[in-house]
Design a protein around this ligand. Sequence first.
Ligand code: CDP
Length: 221
Amino acid sequence: MKNIIVAIDGPAGAGKSTVSQIAADKLGFTYIDTGAMYRAVAYKALQQKAEVTDELIISVLPDIEITLKFENAKTKVFADGKEITAEIRTPEINKIVSKVAALVPVREKLTELQRKMGQNENVLMDGRDIGTFVFPNADVKIFLTASVEERARRRYEELKAKGFDVNLKEIEKDIAKRDKLDSEREMAPLKKADDAILLDTTGLSIDEVVEKIITLCENAR
Ligand code: CDP
């Protein structure tokens, strides 16, 4: 039987990874967090030097080995064998990741890896370009969004809970800037696929969003 591919795309802070992990676990699918892969490249570059230039990013690309492990509804992220799950979710990485993700060689390498990951098993993959570019023939396509204020508030709560000293207005500005970079880049920009279902999560709970995703996936089986 052919494996099923569920593509969930949307802007920063729409809640993709939170709901995708739970939905994939309930469906018995493997969850693939493509944003984590871009974050891993950003992390490796930032480890080399505080000033991350395009040249530096391109220089870390040939040797980086990125692995994702999805177990008990949680994703662990590894770069070159070292676990970096927590290290990739900092304000510093948030600030540079869209610049990293706009580079064509980075996208080419990670897209190839993502297509391989979706070859042999049922997967739920989230990102910015899954339904438009990585898997244009995905069985289910969902575009998850929420107002910029709500997305900033969610990111603020997430970072505050981890002990970062954050400012809501600044996060709102960062998110708007990242959305702009992601939507305007040349290769595989963030955009709803024509055949994706739009799911606005403003005011919805995590459980409500998960239920909606599961219903859409079950209808496709
Ligand atoms: O969690 P959040 O929505 O803030 O971001 P993420 O999903 O971890 O993705 C981080 C960044 O990686 C995004 O802002 C994009 O610049 C980039 N990205 C991308 O370009 N294409 C993807 N398929 C996934 C992420």
